[in-house]
Design a protein around this ligand. Structure first.
Ligand SMILES: O=P(O)(O)O[C@H]1O[C@H](CO)[C@@H](O)[C@H]1O
Ligand SMILES: O=c1cc[nH]c(=O)[nH]1
Length: 235
């Protein structure tokens, strides 16, 4: 039991899939895991452990933003012995070159966030994915015939903003899309010597204003879910 997760130590698997949304975690667990067991519901942030193709996997939520994923990923790595976290999230495309439902396997997350600096004294505005999960996701995508884009993304603290211009840090690193957690996840994993990857489905195209509904964000991300699960069983 940690401050924000009520599971007992043996109830969390070594590999955890981490969407932002607790109801997406519940949907994946109930539709893909064999014998899913609810192991934590502190603050209504749901964690389930079950098996997928015979391997034990935990699926839980990170909440939104660097502070929230910073807490959950730190407790999972340090209090539950988790070795790998794969974030499975949604993102907004900065250009019309991306299409709704495109999938990105994040190489680097660029951010204005002070999280890495102030938490772990890791300087700079770019954090890389950690360990071999990224490569395994790419290999698994090939096997499943799923097209993934290996892009840098922008991790922002901001969802709504005044200016429609692409923020400078995103331009600096060629980020094609924006989300809100990968930077802090990668920072925690680097500091702790753990593995972390982030797979994102494009849910909004910022220049055109296209977007998918909250229900689709919860349920219609099947290819990303299958990719993450089939990669997770190799980790
Ligand atoms: O769909 P999730 O995983 O929550 O990810 C994205 O969606 C949320 C914003 O709507 C932020 O958490 C952002 O990173
Ligand atoms: O952070 C996010 C996630 C989805 N769509 C956005 O525009 N931003």
């Amino acid at each position: 039991m940690s401050v924000h997760i009520s599971a007992t130590k043996g109830e969390i698997a070594k590999v955890v899939l981490l969407p932002g949304d607790p109801l997406r975690a519940q949907f994946i667990a109930e539709n893909y895991l064999e014998n899913p067991k609810l192991v934590s519901k502190t603050r209504n942030v749901l964690y389930y452990t079950g098996t997928y193709k015979g391997k034990e996997i935990t699926i839980g939520a990170s909440g939104m933003g660097c502070p929230s994923i910073g807490i959950y990923s730190y407790e999972l790595y340090t209090e539950y012995g988790v070795e790998t976290i794969i974030r499975i999230g949604t993102c907004g495309g900065y250009s019309k070159d991306l299409k709704i439902f495109d999938i990105i396997n994040v190489d680097n997350a660029a951010s204005e966030s002070t999280y890495a600096q102030y938490a772990w004294e890791i300087p700079g505005d770019l954090m890389k994915h950690q360990g071999n999960a990224y490569d395994i996701i790419n290999e698994t995508a090939k096997e499943l015939g799923i097209v993934v884009k290996n892009h840098n993304v922008h991790t922002s603290d901001i969802f709504y903003r005044k200016s429609e211009d692409v923020p400078a840090v995103a331009t600096k690193y060629g980020c094609t899309a924006v989300e809100m957690e990968a930077f802090a996840l990668f920072a925690n994993a680097q500091h702790l010597g753990k593995k972390a990857a982030t797979i994102l489905t494009v849910s909004d195209i910022i220049p055109t204003g296209e977007f998918i509904s909250a229900e689709e964000r919860e349920k219609a991300l099947h290819r990303m879910m299958e990719l993450a699960l089939d990669a997770a069983i190799k980790l």
